[in-house]
Design a binder for this molecule. Structure first.
Ligand code: F7E
Length: 321
């Protein structure tokens, strides 16, 4: 029997990569969206490959009818507030969407009695306050934002439903993962876009926060592949998904501007308004477990990732001329 994959947040970066990955392997792909009219056009051939369904994440009853109607074999949850800059704004909404909505989905799956496999896009933000580095599945979860706290609420409930009710559900602790489809609020896209605009003579400077902030940046396409492996595994298990290598924002600028033969030091200004409280320890993932148990490997290095983003930005810029 072929897979029926239901993806929440399908129009976002991760949802679109996973939809491509699973559709290419013969799955029927159902994507949920809050507002059909406001959903941006999906990239490439996806607009025809995905069946879009309107669903408000807070409506558990409607989710039950969607389960009943489409009978998905797998559910991937990417619907969430994800902006790093605004992790503490609107705390109630963040807890509802990133935490409570997951509980509603799990409970609807449990009540349906169907053998649906569920994978949650959790985050390295659950480790932000631990003071231990690198972080693995065994690292204590200590949030430093409402965003992290909401993800932990979801992760704990997933573990509970797995152990108490036998659901096949698991969390992927995704470290920062980027691509040409990344939203503009994130530092990789912000730097790459500015570098291309500066090269074209349309922008003079870019203002950034802490240039010494370090992140473990990987390619989003690799990370959704790890999640697909998690739902194919014999047993449901939570995994850290990361490259294990950290780079600073300064390294990112050096690579992005360097790819355009520019020296970032001539264009980057530091603006304290973009500073964030620093983590208790560097956020770098130890993904040994997913590598050993599921054979997952990232295919794209940091340098290749930045070059991929610069190339895509140049193409988009030329196409808009
Ligand atoms: O920041 C520093 C900033 O906003 C990365 C989400 O996917 O990953 C993402 O969250 C780093 C931070 O992502 C600027 O302080 C410096 O250290 O690209 P970002 P994020 O906050 O790490 C985690 C794992 C998630 O789960 C989230 O959903 O870059 N930084 N200067 C800056 N960041 C931004 N945005 N803008 C700056 O000007």
């Amino acid at each position: 029997m072929s897979d029926v994959v239901l993806i929440t947040g399908v129009s976002g970066q991760d949802g679109s990569y996973l939809a491509e990955y699973t559709a290419a392997r013969g799955a029927r792909v159902i994507g949920t969206t809050r507002d059909l009219g406001a959903t941006p056009r999906l990239p490439g051939t996806l607009s025809t490959a995905i069946e879009l369904v309107e669903w408000d994440l807070m409506d558990k009853h409607h989710f039950s009818t969607i389960l009943d109607r489409y009978r998905p074999t797998k559910v991937y949850n990417f619907a969430a507030f994800s902006s790093g800059e605004h992790m503490d704004l609107n705390p109630e909404a963040v807890i509802e969407i990133n935490g409570l909505a997951v509980i509603k989905m799990l409970d609807a799956i449990k009540l349906s009695g169907a053998p649906v496999r569920f994978c949650q896009a959790s985050s390295s933000e659950v480790f932000a306050g631990t003071g231990i580095s690198p972080q693995s599945e065994a690292t204590p979860r200590v949030p430093r934002s409402v965003y992290g706290a909401a993800k932990i609420l979801a992760d704990n409930t997933i573990k509970l439903y797995r152990e108490k009710y036998g659901l096949f559900c698991c969390s992927a602790f995704l470290f920062n993962h980027e691509s040409p489809r990344r939203g503009e609020g994130f530092v990789t896209k912000k730097v790459v876009r500015a570098a291309v605009q500066i090269k074209a003579g349309r922008q003079k400077k870019i203002s950034l926060g802490n240039l010494s902030a370090a992140r473990d940046w990987g390619f989003a396409g690799d990370y959704v592949r790890a999640m697909a492996l998690m739902l194919k595994a014999a047993v449901p298990t939570d995994y850290v998904v990361a490259t294990g290598v950290a780079h600073t924002v300064a390294n990112l600028c050096e690579r992005a501007f360097g790819a355009l033969s520019l020296n970032y030091r001539d264009y980057v200004e530091v603006n304290p308004a973009f500073f964030r409280p620093t983590e208790a320890a560097p956020i770098v993932g130890d993904a040994s477990r997913v590598r050993q148990e599921l054979g997952w490997e990232p295919t794209t290095s940091f340098v290749e990732l930045v070059e991929m983003m610069v190339d895509a930005e140049l193409r988009a810029d030329r196409a808009s001329d």
